[in-house]
Design a protein around this ligand. Structure first.
Ligand code: KET
Length: 444
């Protein structure tokens, strides 16, 4: 049947060819009876050009700039002192093991991902001795990095959770509101950052969460808040926990920087563990983009900590229904790298050393930039550069100053004045300090 239909199509095409005596195969296709006339406008003609993404678009602009002194401090991606992307030695080692293992294949993995990877990821964030894991109250699914984990979690909540409002920090990572809104949740903000002190607006935070409707979802940055680099202290976290629990709010942690804040995986996981220790429920989205340098491999996990093992297994069954029509099942390679490293004591140890080196290099960049501004006598108090935590400094520079630095110094950063400290090196600090100094002193 199908073959005959194809024959008929070819015959029709041949008649057209004869009739129009067109020789160019390109034109033959456009002259087929099923395609529209080439002079008619595209069915997508009504589309306006969308703006570039506020973060990833910075790299697009950077790539177009021919200047040899250009510097990309936009996206949060680690660079070496030589300004090059870094593949961790332990990752290379794991990849070699995987390639040389001829028993491995490329079959589809389960909808929820690799079982080993999921177990080890839960252990990494919740702690080796977590009672929630021991009691089988945690369900973990492998997702497409941090973003995919947030997206699956948001979709699950939109379908199955009674409260459809999510509170995010003001400001936050630019993709957060989009991820949650797309899932159908209503997005509200809670006060977080105080531009006057360049620190936490703790009072505002408590007031806003205190007046959130009961059951509302609260997105929390597990550590190294993006873009501000301002984290609550352990005592403040404890107060936040008490408030969230007393109001029956549902915490949803975004853990994209575990190990990058302090250099210690355990210390950076403390806020999450504090919430899990009280026996309440929560969600956690984990990313291995930054802490294992697996950006483009898209490896992450969503864990949902439940009250009982029975609920956890029903939650997992529903997560499968979210994932299957979204992308069917996750990719095998990146998660295999992570599982290989996490299950081997010596590779795990090597990872912690390499991770600490990255975190320490970022901290030393903070000091160097601070010193460089001091030595130039740049007006203003720049101590927030050394106080802030994680990959970013929220400089306080405004969008005009940022545009000036891009135009005059070829330094690329997001327009909110955030710079990725991980993209700096000893060689480029003076250039950045010159640019900041000029932006501030020339009254831009
Ligand atoms: N959460 C936060 C807070 C975050 O900063 C990022 C990435 C992600 C999740 C998602 O990362 P993924 O690669 O999906 O695991 N932030 C950097 C990159 C980006 O915008 O995509 C950034 O802010 O530069």
């Amino acid at each position: 049947m199908e073959a005959r239909a194809a024959d008929r199509r070819i015959a029709t095409l041949a008649r057209h060819l004869e009739a129009s005596s067109l020789k160019d195969s390109h034109e033959i296709v456009s002259a087929s009876p099923t395609s529209s006339n080439s002079s008619s406008p595209s069915v997508f003609n009504h589309l306006a050009r969308a703006p570039e993404d506020p973060i990833l678009g910075v790299t697009v602009a950077f790539n177009k700039d021919p200047s040899p002194s250009k510097l990309n401090l936009g996206v949060g991606a680690y660079r070496t002192e030589e300004g090059k992307p870094l593949v961790l030695n332990v990752v290379r080692q794991a990849e070699k093991l995987l390639v040389n293992d001829s028993s491995r294949n490329k079959e589809y993995i389960p909808i929820v991902g690799l079982a080993d990877f999921n177990k080890l990821s839960a252990k990494l964030i919740l702690g080796a001795n977590s009672p929630a894991i021991q009691e089988n109250r945690v369900t973990t699914v492998q997702c497409l990095s941090g973003t995919g984990s947030l997206r699956v979690g948001a979709e699950f909540l939109a379908r199955h959770y009674h409260q459809r409002t999510v509170y995010i920090t003001q400001p936050t990572w630019g993709n957060h509101p989009k991820v949650f809104a797309l899932a159908g949740l209503s997005v509200k903000t809670y006060r977080y950052y105080d531009p006057a002190t360049r620190g936490l607006n703790f009072q505002g935070l408590l007031e806003d969460l205190g007046s959130a409707p009961s059951g509302a979802i609260v997105l929390l940055h597990a550590c190294a808040h993006n873009p501000t680099g301002v984290d609550p202290t352990p005592a403040q976290w404890e107060q936040i926990r008490q408030l969230i629990r007393s109001k029956g709010l549902l915490p949803f942690f975004d853990s994209a920087y575990q190990g990058f804040a302090s250099g210690s995986l355990d210390r950076d996981a403390e806020p999450v563990r504090m919430f899990v220790a009280d026996g309440g429920e929560c969600l956690v989205a984990q990313s291995y983009a930054k802490n294992m340098g697996l950006y483009g491999e898209r490896v992450g996990a969503l864990s949902i900590v439940c009250k009982t093992a029975d609920v956890a297994s029903r939650v997992e069954s529903q997560l499968k229904l979210v994932i299957r029509p979204m992308y069917s099942s996750p990719p095998i390679h990146g998660a295999s790298i992570v599982a290989t490293i996490l299950k081997d004591r010596s590779m795990y140890h090597q990872w912690t050393i390499e991770l600490k080196e990255m975190a320490e290099r970022i901290i030393s960049m903070r000091q160097q930039l601070f010193n460089a501004l001091k030595s130039r006598g740049t007006p203003g108090d720049w101590s927030h550069i050394i106080k802030q935590i994680g990959m970013f400094t929220f400089t306080g520079l405004n969008s005009k100053q940022v545009a000036f630095m891009t135009k005059e110094f070829h330094i690329y950063m997001t327009s909110d004045g955030r710079i990725s400290m991980a993209g700096l090196s000893s060689r480029t600090v003076p250039h950045l300090a010159d640019a900041i100094h000029a932006a501030v002193t020339r009254g831009v």
